[in-house]
Design a protein around this ligand. Structure first.
Ligand code: PMP
Length: 426
């Protein structure tokens, strides 16, 4: 199969990208749901430039830095209730690896070293490093040749929780049955995406199931880890995906929107009970990476976080998201290929009528016809059942841009329909 060459991006401002031929693209994917402030934000550029002139790197074992100290303060101010500690990493995958290490170290220190099973859902996406990939419930990402990398026996496939037939997310019954099978006394941690990412096309987890898992974690002694790498930092219309269910996890990982795509930075937020089990500073137990918490990335994220707070962008995402969902519902009524409009805030997904013989063909065709119409969408799904695209413009979008988004999407859906008709007719 010949891949269609990608356009070469030349520049970007706000919600728009421009290619080398001067064509514009409305970025309804916010990069990959990380460019939450849009492109070319002057305050972030200024903060990065200023920090570069001062000091770009120090190792965290030798120095802290002003931007890192201020960022940690700002993070603790917006973190879920009970957060006591912030661990830094460079990617969402690393933040999840860190959460895995913390969970295992926690049980070891609190007298339960036999708790080694870590559970996650299918479909889900937790990253591409070995531990995060083992957690990932997305078979297409796990090539058979990777098997020796994966931690068989501890985070085994058997610990993956599948939704009931026809559902996109596992509910309370499926989780309860999976915990029974694993044996609750062996479970170290349960990883969930409060709003699913590309694997399910922005399918939210049921709030009641999330609250039940919280209570079950307390009763049974495992840790609840919320992977909010994609849905954190206001994307869903609240600061955290967990806020919709009114609960706080033991560990929360996030990344993407934290730096807005300007640098690499991710975090593992650690609750007081977990942090309190360590007699040494947590960082010296779970360690980190050369670039973890470097001053340059901290300065960029500090500027992003200040803007998110000052302009109350999570609330803006809730407002804009309601209007965008309504526009998408109008398109769904017109275009039968759309089977569902779902998601939260500005993390929205369109379920698409898939073809069992060609899984993901429809979402790929829609993404490419959207690009032809100057619109960037995020492809989603792992099979014809979860076939979807995500519609997730920057939190700074204007109403006019959302109108333009809907116009371009309508045209892309018309093109998709005409191609499908001519392919069937041919
Ligand atoms: N978890 C979730 C929910 C994600 O969406 C992603 C990235 N798409 C990751 C983890 C991995 O993050 P990264 O690509 O930064 O390693």
């Amino acid at each position: 199969m010949t891949a269609i060459p990608l356009p070469h991006v030349a520049s970007a401002r706000g919600s728009y990208l421009y290619d080398e031929d001067g064509r514009d693209y409305l970025d309804a994917s916010s990069g990959v749901l990380n460019v939450n402030l849009g492109h070319g934000d002057p305050a972030v550029i200024a903060a990065i430039t200023e920090q570069l002139g001062q000091v770009a790197f120090v190792h965290r074992s030798q120095f802290s830095s002003r931007p890192l100290r201020l960022l940690t303060e700002q993070l603790l101010a917006v973190a879920p209730a009970g957060t006591a500690h912030v661990e830094y990493a460079n990617s969402g995958s690393e933040a999840n690896e860190c959460a895995l290490r913390i969970a295992l170290a926690y049980h070891h220190r609190t007298g339960s070293p036999g708790r080694t099973v870590v559970m996650s859902e299918q479909p889900s996406y937790h990253g591409m490093t070995a531990g995060a990939l083992t957690l990932t419930g997305q078979p297409a990402k796990v090539d058979a040749s990777f098997a020796p990398l994966l931690t068989n026996g501890t985070i085994a496939d058997g610990s993956r929780v599948l939704p009931a037939p026809g559902a996109l997310r596992a509910g309370r019954q499926e989780w309860a049955a999976a915990l029974d099978r694993a044996g609750r006394e062996r479970v170290a941690a349960v990883f969930v995406e409060p709003v699913g990412g590309a694997s399910s096309g922005a399918a939210p987890m049921d709030d009641e199931t999330l609250r039940w898992l919280r209570a079950e974690a307390d009763r049974s002694g495992f840790l609840l880890v919320a992977d909010e790498v994609m849905c954190g930092f206001g994307r869903t219309g609240r600061w955290w995906g967990c806020d919709h269910a009114g609960m706080a996890p033991d560990l929360l990982t996030s990344g993407k929107g934290l730096s807005g795509g300007y640098t690499s930075l991710a975090v593992t937020l650690v609750g007081a009970r977990v942090a309190g089990a360590f007699d040494k500073p947590l960082g010296s137990v779970v360690l980190g990476h050369t670039m973890s918490g470097n001053p340059l990335a901290a300065a960029a994220s500090l500027a992003v976080l200040r803007r998110l707070r000052a302009d109350e962008l999570p609330a803006r995402a809730a407002r804009l998201g309601a209007g965008l969902a309504a526009r998408l519902a109008v398109l769904a009524a017109k275009h039968p290929v759309i089977t569902a409009v779902r998601g939260r805030g500005l993390m929205l997904g369109l379920g698409l009528a898939g073809r069992p013989e060609h899984p993901l063909a429809v979402s790929r065709a829609l993404v490419s016809s959207a690009r032809e119409h100057g619109l960037v969408l995020c492809p989603g799904g792992i099979d014809h059942v979860t076939e979807s695209v995500m519609v997730a413009p920057p939190l700074t979008s204007t109403e006019g841009e959302l109108d333009e988004l809907a116009r371009r999407l309508d045209a892309a859906l018309d093109t998709l329909a005409s191609r499908t008709t001519s392919a069937v007719g041919a």
